[in-house]
Design a protein around this ligand. Structure first.
Ligand SMILES: Cc1cc2nc3c(=O)[nH]c(=O)nc-3n(C[C@H](O)[C@H](O)[C@H](O)COP(=O)(O)O)c2cc1C
Length: 216
């Protein structure tokens, strides 16, 4: 769907999910992520970039597993994560919009939990490529976990935490030959509605990930 249509539907409150393309299992166990591979860090930084042309090909489960672990997975026995958070509030939830459904990443179990049996990729942003790329991540702050953070700082700190996760995704993508772009041009109400979020959950950013579209 083109951007103008999306903007018009958004203004009318009618930017809505599509039926799922295939079964939507209630939970997806992710395989253990490989933690020793990848490109040297300085090379990945040299390749980090935003891309807006994606092939529709799905990411294999092993790649999805490593992507999510790199984003904000558990990397220490004490429950620490690959991305920082103020006072270790770990307030960010990463939702994953797949053609088969929308899932919340569970870092402790390293699994995906179904939140909506629908294809809500098109709802995750006004740009047309988000509809057909194989997955769109949505970064959501759960304010109930930020009780120790001064109220006036909560939103700012949550955006910083989302930015750290986004950069982890950028570096994983660079290292793995994947395309990605972080996006703030999104309809936060439409996304919150499609994901069934509560008032304590704030949609911050979205990020598309997939394979590069082959040059014609
Ligand atoms: C907070 C933030 C919001 C952004 N929002 C969008 C967006 O909505 N759509 C988009 O295509 N790119 C978006 N970008 C990506 C920037 O356009 C991109 O990072 C910039 O053009 C520099 O290009 P590079 O990432 O390839 O270095 C955003 C980047 C940031 C940091």
């Amino acid at each position: 769907m083109n951007t103008l249509t999306k903007l018009a539907l958004g203004m009318m409150g009618r930017l809505r999910p599509q039926p799922p393309r295939g079964d939507s299992p209630a939970s997806i166990a992710l395989p253990p992520p490989g933690k020793l591979g990848g490109m040297p860090l300085m090379e990945a930084l040299s390749k980090r970039q935003s891309t807006r042309d994606f092939a529709p090909d799905p990411l294999p489960l092993a790649v999805l597993s490593e992507l999510l672990w790199a984003a904000c997975g558990k990397n220490r026995a004490d429950g620490g994560r690959t991305a920082p958070s103020a006072l270790n509030a770990q307030e960010m939830d990463v939702f994953v919009a797949l053609p088969t459904g929308a899932y919340r990443y569970n870092p402790a179990a390293h699994s995906l939990d179904l939140v909506a049996s629908s294809d809500l990729r098109r709802v995750t942003g006004y740009q047309d490529f988000v509809d057909e790329a194989p997955l769109d991540l949505v970064f959501v702050a759960d304010h109930t976990r930020m009780a120790l953070v001064p109220a006036a700082q909560r939103e700012a700190y949550a955006y910083v935490a989302a930015g750290a996760i986004a950069q982890n995704v950028y570096l994983f993508a660079a290292s793995s030959g994947l395309a990605t772009v972080i996006r703030a041009w999104i309809d936060r109400e439409a996304i919150a509605d499609a994901l069934g979020l509560s008032h304590d959950q704030q949609v911050l950013l979205s990020q598309t990930v997939g394979y590069f579209k082959p040059a014609r």
